[in-house]
Design a protein around this ligand. Structure first.
Ligand SMILES: O=c1ccn([C@@H]2O[C@H](COP(=O)(O)O)[C@@H](O)[C@H]2O)c(=O)[nH]1
Length: 238
């Protein structure tokens, strides 16, 4: 994999034209686009299609589905025609929900004749610290909770997890090499940390074993997003 292919740029914005322009500008400098709740709530599936075709890049659809198994399976079927490479669900939805999502992804791919989207389970959001977890009644440190959720997600058919860079090395030791580690909370030394709590630089995260990096504001809020992407690519060894 080329170093730039590891990076999914998070296009957290509500407007199609802005997201299309950013995707087109970054084509060749990143491996794919990540579209999430802000964009999907505003523009829906039609907006997603427009952005993907503007950059001709793989799609990571970060909807973080979290509901009862039947509802999540239905949502997975509903987004399958968008042919995302990756789709997120929340691991906290439990074993039956993870299994329902994985089964729905496989069934729908076979029915539509598409490549199967890879289901990624979000473990503990990178914006949460150990203290934040305690405040919502989770006594375990974040790293322990991430390990527990990742093992559960793997056992129930998920293709990988979303975790912070701080847990990558632990999960690499626990889980098979083909279990995808998708890693946000990436902050080059020159970028603001913002609301993220468990962060690391891009080079360090890949050295620890991350497959893909999710990077938003360090690229999209930079006055020159293409130059920021090139700086990150250099740090990854391009
Ligand atoms: O635990 C998580 C899960 C998802 N994200 C998403 O990644 C990007 C990060 O954007 P930055 O601007 O680089 O902070 C964003 O779209 C989140 O929704 C995450 O940060 N942490």
């Amino acid at each position: 994999m080329r170093p730039t292919d590891r990076v999914f740029v998070a296009l957290d914005m509500p407007e199609t034209e802005g997201a299309k322009a950013m995707a087109a500008r970054l084509a060749g400098l990143v491996g794919g686009v990540k579209l999430g709740l802000e964009f999907f709530m505003a523009q829906g599936p039609a907006g997603i299609r427009a952005v993907v075709s503007a950059g001709d890049l793989p799609l990571f659809l970060d909807l973080k589905l979290h509901d009862i198994p039947n509802t999540v399976a239905g949502a997975v079927r509903s987004v399958a025609p968008l042919a995302p490479t990756f789709l997120t669900i929340h691991a906290g939805g439990g074993p039956a929900m993870v299994r329902a999502a994985a089964d729905a992804a496989a069934e729908e791919a076979a029915r539509l004749g598409l490549a199967r989207m890879r289901i990624l389970a979000v473990t503990v959001l990178t914006s949460l610290s150990d203290e934040d977890l305690a405040a919502v009644g989770q006594a375990l440190p974040a790293a322990d909770q991430v390990r527990r959720l990742a093992a559960m997600a793997h056992a129930n058919g998920a293709d990988g997890v979303v975790c912070s860079p701080a847990e990558v090395a632990l999960l690499r030791a626990d889980l098979p090499a083909d279990f995808t580690l998708m890693v946000p909370g990436i902050r080059p030394s020159w970028a603001a940390v913002n609301d993220q709590k468990r962060v690391m630089g891009p080079g360090q995260a890949v050295a620890a074993g991350a497959d893909h990096l999710v990077i938003g504001r360090p690229i999209t809020a930079d006055p020159d997003p293409a130059a920021a992407s090139r700086r990150i690519a250099q740090e990854l060894g391009a």
